[in-house]
Design a protein around this ligand. Structure first.
Ligand code: UD1
Length: 420
């Protein structure tokens, strides 16, 4: 049974204080998968305590690999000797990112059997780019009874072009190609920070990857990789969510342990909306807002564009802006489930295909609402922080997938939020 916990949030309190950002979920997930590429121990620091991370630990353990928490944020992964190559449906259905073990398994064990991830709340999310990429490297792929089976004698480097700069496909192919014979070139690769970090991690293990952060990544295959110590970068989406929380409540919040460069598009849009963003140190910004929020338009795009993972939270902000804004979702075809719940709280939002038209209202009012996905759930928390009355949010397990102790962090900033 899914966790029945709920959040109760009484709105109206401007947030004040300091919040410390945890390690990046999506970076931790791909780097954990990359640990399978070596037979030596890897130690990962700044790993966030999140249910998605626990799901990836389960997947890795199921393969027969030893995984242990050394302390609250340090993971020790010992993939010395394992021979299970199957990630079952029960695990993949709880987290699509489990599919990221496919590349490392093909490279290390020459075979993999992974449950085909289904669609999800935000879109169909096929894995065709991943599969085409593995096939280009010489893998034989068959789909059978809901599983994808891959087998290869020798992975051989090749040129691969993606129709869209998919983050997951870039990561999966990059991992497989590290141990292939010869050179692989990925064109129209994702440029996201998580891809750069994964590549940097792999290079530290002994891989030869160049072009990270550009749309052409080149990977020269090597014979083997070694174990390393690595620190996971801060979570840019968690950071962006707290920035918007400060802005929407009219508060003053110092946000620490971030990389402002990776948050550029969010910072620019907040400034356009009239929010003050002050760089305090290299890894700290202060967000303050005592004024009316201006409406701004947003188009989500692959990095360095505005992240789809902050679209829902920005919609909450725009729902009380002065004027009308248009948010266009270009990455996922069905990522507006939160709009219906925001409407229940008094927001004026119309959806037309990939566009949402948000007419700012003076105030939101509390209502019982339901998180239907991770970031949409976060958007409802933000709306709850300013709504009149007490908002009840169910299905908070979606939110727990990506935010470490969100209610504790918000309470420290003065919010009235309880988990029941
Ligand atoms: C990752 C992130 C997710 C983020 C998304 C976009 C992780 C664990 N998750 O998801 O938080 O919202 O990037 O920034 O890192 N596509 C295909 N075929 C494929 C692969 C992707 O058509 O084989 C499409 C998708 O349906 C989507 C688009 O490409 O429309 C981008 O998806 P992708 O970048 O692959 O997202 P994920 O890696 O799944």
């Amino acid at each position: 049974m899914q966790n029945p916990e709920r959040f109760f949030i009484t709105g109206g309190k401007p947030l004040q204080g300091t919040v410390i950002i945890d390690g990046a979920k999506n970076s931790a997930l791909s780097i954990m998968a990359a640990c399978l590429l070596t037979s030596e121990v890897c130690v990962l620091e700044n790993v966030p305590q999140l249910t998605d991370v626990y799901s990836m630990i389960e997947v890795i353990k199921t393969l027969g690999i030893q995984v242990e928490w050394k302390d609250s944020n340090t993971l020790y992964i010992d993939p010395d000797d394992f021979n299970n190559y199957e990630a079952p449906y029960e695990l993949v259905k709880t987290m699509r990112a489990s599919f990221l073990v496919m590349g490392p398994l093909i490279a290390r064990l020459k075979k993999a059997k992974i449950s085909l991830p289904g669609g999800c709340a935000i879109g169909a999310r096929p894995v065709d780019f991943h599969l085409k990429g593995f096939q280009s490297l010489g893998a034989n792929i068959v789909t059978e009874k809901g599983y994808i089976k891959a087998e290869v004698k020798n992975l051989v480097g090749n040129d691969i072009y993606f129709d869209f700069p998919s983050l997951g496909a870039t990561e999966n192919i990059m991992m497989a190609a590290t141990l292939a014979e010869g050179t692989t070139m990925i064109e129209n690769a994702a440029k996201d920070p998580e891809v750069i970090e994964l590549g940097t991690f792999l290079n530290k293990m002994g891989a030869q990857i160049s072009g990270l952060g550009t749309d052409i990544i080149t990977i020269k295959g090597v014979k083997e990789l070694k174990g390393v110590h690595y620190r996971i970068i801060p979570d840019r989406i968690e950071a962006g969510t707290y920035m918007i929380a400060a802005a929407i409540t009219g508060g003053v919040v110092e946000i620490k342990h971030i990389n402002p460069y990776y948050l550029k598009s969010c910072i620019v849009k907040l400034e356009e909306a009239g929010i003050n963003v002050d760089n305090k140190e290299d890894d700290t910004v202060i967000i303050s807002n005592s004024d009316i929020i201006k409406s701004v338009d947003i188009k989500t795009m692959p990095f360095p564009g505005f992240p789809t993972d902050l679209q829902a939270q920005f919609m909450s902000l725009m729902s009380i802006a002065n004027g009308t804004s248009i948010i266009t979702e270009n990455v996922f075809e069905n990522r507006f489930a939160h709009a219906g719940d925001l409407r229940r709280m008094g927001a004026d939002i119309k959806i037309e295909g990939r566009n949402s038209i948000i007419k700012g209202v003076k105030k939101l009012s509390a209502a019982p609402v339901m998180a239907s996905d991770l970031r949409g759930g976060a958007a409802l928390v933000l709306a709850g922080l300013i709504a009149e009355g007490t908002t009840e949010i169910s299905r908070v397990y979606h939110i727990d997938r990506g935010y470490v102790k969100i209610e504790e962090k918000l309470r420290e900033l003065g919010a009235h939020i309880r988990r029941v």
